[in-house]
Design a protein around this ligand. Structure first.
Ligand code: D5M
Ligand code: FE
Ligand code: ZN
Length: 553
């Protein structure tokens, strides 16, 4: 069968265990006889090569320009048949531009905090050896080519990756440290807003005084008369704050999660044993936050929850996605972020084994690696683990161990902890798998957080400046010396998955995206009537933070 288009070339290469740069595929497709060229290129490839790069193709074509049909039809680049082949072009579902939300918090006075600190993690300008500067560069930018820009223009930095940094032992002292760190760092975002005093000092102030406190939410109870009693804790002790049911702040009480950091201000009762709340503040994102954007038109695909190894993994949709990435329409997609649940895992939920297609966890990662090979070799991939992955369940989750990294090595993906922040050409993306979203959705009223609008639940986490505040609930947290789950800096984009629903919007100019999944409805989801959004890829323009959704299912 003739190999007429890039998608066919990619699948042929994948079936033989090779990953390919888009430009290499484009160049092979542009020759008179792509099938012969492909064979010749593979024959010519160094033994240890896993990726077919454009210079491999160039070097062959230069040495054997006329032999057995391996010759470019038009070296100066008239548009060639490349990418219009699949007949399965994805539909843009029109839910394109990003909606805006005014948000709903009190107006924070914190100045905008741009990420100016040097990144803590590894930094490498992404300069894979590709055709940049090569002898065929002018041909490389022909219309329809996969190459949209010089890879030297790329930059990718990682911050907050705690892989290899875990010191927690799960003992009492770790809880003390992590809460102290949380109160210190999130508290510092609130201390300028209230005239705060330590809990013990408030107890000895005269009745009727005005008091303020910054603390962790230790308890929330309703009183017999329908008011709310909120106990805040700081390093010195606790103090009870009463929110009257008819006060404007009563509405915020149902947003509170245990262990989050808030500030309250109010008037002490006559005996100074309690304070009546007049105002309440969250660390929040300043309304004036101005996101950074890239200096050129470049895009990132944000996905999650691939669930390879599940019987419900949507193989065909993934193939269409991967094929699409090789087309000219996707030429500006230079980054792919995957926010956890690469594989289905084993023993994650009761009876899960009944729905497994691949029962061995290592084989699941091998199968996932094959899926990565389908992705163009010149796309930078960053991935974090999720609750189905083979790393510790408690958050923060370190990136995969060496053995799993070895298995997933075909694509040279960056593997970092959950959560981590990746900065792409100046645009910071906080990647977090999203297990706490189940909790936010369960605890908060429907209009503030629901599975249908997962981005609204994300707004709550942004407001709390913490990806998973609550200890002891759904989300398992590992206490560490430092709280890795705090949003110290405001991200430009917040990317989560886990709930298998697609939703995005802006909160105080931060783009929140929950990226759907690649797994059709499971028996569990059927039993609780969850309709997953499967087979979508939200694509973000890094120069404008606009979102378009590509549908592959
Ligand atoms: O989670 C996918 C979504 O479905 C997430 O909202 C949790 C929920 N889920 C899925 N299976 C279960 C079971 N068995 N119990 C409770 N909640 C569940 P994922 O992490 O992909 O499984
Ligand atoms: Fe998942
Ligand atoms: Zn998950």
């Amino acid at each position: 069968m003739p190999l007429e288009g890039p998608a066919r070339i990619v699948s042929e290469l994948t079936s033989r265990g090779y990953n390919a740069e888009r430009e290499a595929v484009t160049r092979i497709a542009a020759t008179e006889n792509p099938a012969t060229t492909l064979e010749a290129v593979l024959e010519d490839l160094p033994d240890d090569a896993l990726v077919v790069r454009s210079e491999h193709v160039d070097s062959l074509l230069e040495r054997a320009p006329v032999s057995d049909g391996a010759r470019t039809t038009d070296p100066i680049g008239s548009p060639t048949d490349d990418g219009s082949d699949s007949g399965e072009s994805p539909i843009d579902d029109g839910s394109g531009s990003s909606e805006s939300s005014a948000g709903d918090g009190p107006d924070p006075t914190e100045p905008s905090t741009r990420d100016t600190s040097p990144s803590t993690g590894d930094e490498r300008p992404t300069s894979r050896p590709t055709a940049a500067g090569g002898p065929v560069e002018t041909r490389g930018v022909q219309e329809g080519s996969g190459r949209s820009a010089d890879p030297l223009e790329r930059s990718l930095e990682i911050a907050g990756d705690m892989t290899g940094e875990s010191t927690g032992t799960g003992e009492y002292g770790d809880f003390v440290s992590v809460f102290r760190d949380r109160l210190e760092r999130l508290g510092s975002k609130l201390r300028g807003r209230v005239n705060h005093r330590p809990a013990t000092a408030i107890q000895s102030m005269p009745g009727g005084s005005e008091a303020g406190m910054v603390g962790l939410v230790n308890d929330v109870r309703s009183t017999a008369s329908g008011h709310w009693l909120i106990e805040l804790e700081d390093a010195t002790g606790t103090f009870p704050w009463l929110v009257m049911k008819d006060r404007e702040y009563a509405d915020l009480v149902d947003e509170l999660l245990y262990d989050e950091v808030v500030a309250m201000e109010g008037t002490l009762a006559d005996d100074s044993g309690i304070a009546f709340v007049d105002s309440m503040y969250f660390p929040d994102v300043p309304r004036t936050h101005e996101p950074t954007t890239a200096d050129r038109h470049v895009q990132a695909a944000l996905i999650s929850d691939v669930h390879v190894g599940s019987q419900e993994f949507m193989s065909e949709a993934w193939n269409r996605f991967a094929d699409w990435l090789h087309t000219p329409e996707a030429q500006h997609v230079e980054y792919l972020l995957i926010a956890g649940d690469m594989v289905e895992g084993v023993g994650v939920y009761p009876n899960q084994d009944e729905e497994l297609d691949v029962v061995d966890i290592y084989e699941q990662y091998e199968a996932f690696n094959e899926r990565l090979k389908q992705v163009p070799g010149d796309i930078e991939i960053v991935m974090i683990p999720g609750n189905h992955d083979a790393v510790r369940l408690a958050e923060p989750q370190p990136g995969f161990d060496e053995e799993l990294r070895g298995i997933m090595s075909a694509h040279d993906a960056r593997i970092v902890s959950n959560p981590s922040t990746v900065t792409l050409e100046g645009v910071s993306v906080l990647m977090y798998h999203g297990v706490s979203l189940d909790e936010v959705i369960a605890e908060l009223p429907e209009e503030k957080a629901s599975y249908d609008d997962p981005h609204r639940a994300m707004y709550q986490l942004l407001k709390k400046r913490h990806v998973a505040p609550q200890f002891g609930g759904h989300t398992r947290l590992a206490p560490e010396e430092k709280d890795y789950l705090i949003m110290e800096e405001v991200p430009d984009i917040f990317h989560t998955g886990h709930v298998h629903k697609l939703g995005f919007g802006k909160y105080h100019n931060v783009l929140a995206i929950n990226s759907g999944c690649w797994q059709s409805q499971t028996d569990f989801q059927k039993s609780v009537n969850i309709q997953p959004d499967a087979g979508f890829a939200p694509i973000v323009d890094l120069d404008t933070l606009d979102v378009t959704v590509q549908k592959f299912s």
